[in-house]
Design a protein around this ligand. Sequence first.
Ligand code: ME8
Length: 759
Amino acid sequence: MRCTQIFNQFLVLSCTFGSAKAFSLSSPTKLSKQSNVALGSSAVEAVSNAVLGTPATAFDDGICPFEITTPIYYVNDKPHIGHAYTSTACDVIARFMRLSGREVFFLSGTDEHGQKVEQSAEKKGVDPQDFVDEVSKSFRELLDLMNISNDKFIRTTSQEHKESVQHLWKTLVDKGFIYKGTYSGWYSVRDECFYNESELVDGKAPTGAEVEWVAKEESYFFKLSEFEDKLLELYESSPDFIAPKSRKNEVVSFVKGGLRDLSVSRTSFKWGVPVPGDEDHVMYVWIDALANYMSALGYPDESPEGNFAKYWPASVHIVGKDILRFHTVYWPAFLMAAGLPVPKRIFAHGWWTKDGEKISKSLGNVIDPVDLVEKYGVDPTRFFLMSEVPFGNDGDYSDSSMVYKCNANLSNELGNICQRVCTLAYKNCDNAVPQPGDLTSEDESLLNSAKALREKAAEAIANQAISQYSQAMVTMVKEANKYIDVMAPWKLNKEDPRRMKTVLYVLLEVIRYSAILYQPLIPDSANKILDQITVPKDERTFAHLESSPVQPLTPMQPPVSVFPRFEIPGEANTAGKTEKPKPKKVAQPQVNREIDISQLDIRVGVITKAWAHEEADKLICEEIDIGEESGPRQIASGLRDFYNAEDLEGQRVLVLSNLKSRKLVGFPSHGMVLCASNGEMTEFVEPPADAAIGERISTEGFSGEPASENQVGKKKMLDKIFPDLKTDDDGVATFKGVPLVTSVGPCRAQRGMAGAEVA
Ligand code: ME8
């Protein structure tokens, strides 16, 4: 009721103020139409740019300037999926923070010194500087490719960085934390890490890397042993310093196990930052590398107008779990020793494997992000990496999980709803955003879910729970898809065009909320959607969610498809399709073709209306949307003993569509709904919830165009095909034992009825 009133008020105001710049659907925030109108246009702008911030946490007040960093990557080899992963995760958080109105410094870069890099250059017979110049470029290209919005790319071979790290070194010397001694012990070049004898496993580093014995070498030491208690105190007083929480114990027990002073310089190779005043030594690569987080901000320039004063301490360093120790033990110890604040949080994410195996060159299973982007595009790759596993957990890459995820959540859900809504609005509302009427409780409920989305997403991002943010987005779009199935605006066009316009307007608003909030994850696609629904480019921040609704009567462009649908690995039926598949009406010649399920045209459908047949007591009459331009089909099914007609609206079904229309007790029925029956019970065979309406069902090994309606009847195809259609032990519908599938998974009897006949 309240919403309806405000909507009416909006309509009045839109007459008075022409474009009706801003209105609020029962907005709980201060950014309402009334306040904007009263404030005048410059104030409106100020309100739109207001800092919303993100939810305050124990480690971040939610409004201060925000430094986020990737690890700086070694340039011993070209980038792989792991580097794309960390960079994308940081990018999602950085973009989210910026859209929330926060000032962000997002840093990435390359770690170019050390023995590992020196050896790689030697192997190639190239001068180390030329070598690092070349490889560092490939990391910058990776960031461009993945659409990463970093504010700076730091290279540790740059002069500014070298001077900065030398200043840090001198500070540590001045404060009495560095002394000269001799070192002997185990060192792993691959890990660039010293190991105690007790840490070795079968003569190797605990990571599996080879180790070498460093015999009595002059070295500078950092007094790490003095920081045992201070570090434990830090972990105690800042319980959120190490995340996820499950990682904290391993760090605490490492520190409790006793810290020995750390060798921080080497004389046996040259590729590093020279130790000030003792140029026979180069600094240990980790002291050099960790300092990048401050050198990029201009450290040691601590002037109030500089970036160091503004952004340090960093809000969060995102790192792989392999380098947690360096970031949670050595780094805070160096900083405490130098009298500098420690970063607020270190988040260690998990590790990607491929088909269950560690990714490594020797196994030949390295995943090249360039290949992924070529095959799937930037946004689907970003979406998959960010949503497949909770951030912090390990993940396994396979092409099929990539395809299933992107087909389900992007193409079939987000892409599908945008295209359906934009097409309907464009075609039926004079190529423009429709003018809405009064809202119903269903409209309000959907709009309220959209309004609640920012808070949910922001809560997740504030805690680096990136997959939770993605899940909140996916859930919103699913809800919108349910709403459109139930509201069936395509039907309202004839029956109640005013209501159709309201439904489409509500959907456009929900798409606007979703696309604005989707920008951090899939920036290009989200902006394509916003272009289509006519959202001005300067009204796409989170402050505009409440202040700048879609403007009725704004001209729209002809809709275009945003997400491709990918072929399931090993199948060829849906390759490269970018549009919702449409049932084919024209049949192919059937010369000498064996009769099998491929001659049937089985489509994913949704029941949009159902009622009991007035005369036949077994029949339910249905209208079923199978994605046809002409609108839903009418079909009658003998289901009254098993279902109530009034419960069936929104039910997803499989429709056998290439059957001739025939009258069933006077009702023209065009097609058949597939069900599983065991003689006693009958239940629908359902497509996966994420399958696109109109998608054709396929069965591996049985491919081909469907037969014409005539041929299906004349050749009695159903009699030949139905005996081989059964559900398996899991209730999955099969033909000759091969599952009936959509691009997002198999079709199953509703309650899992096993061994049943399907017809
Ligand atoms: O460690 N799965 O650089 P690096 C997920 N230079 N993430 C992965 C991954 C995988 N299979 N492989 C790599 C270094 N990563 C140092 C860092 S920071 C001051 C110095 C990601 O090239 C992950 O984030 O080995 C890991 O921490 C980072 O790449 C390491 O990159």
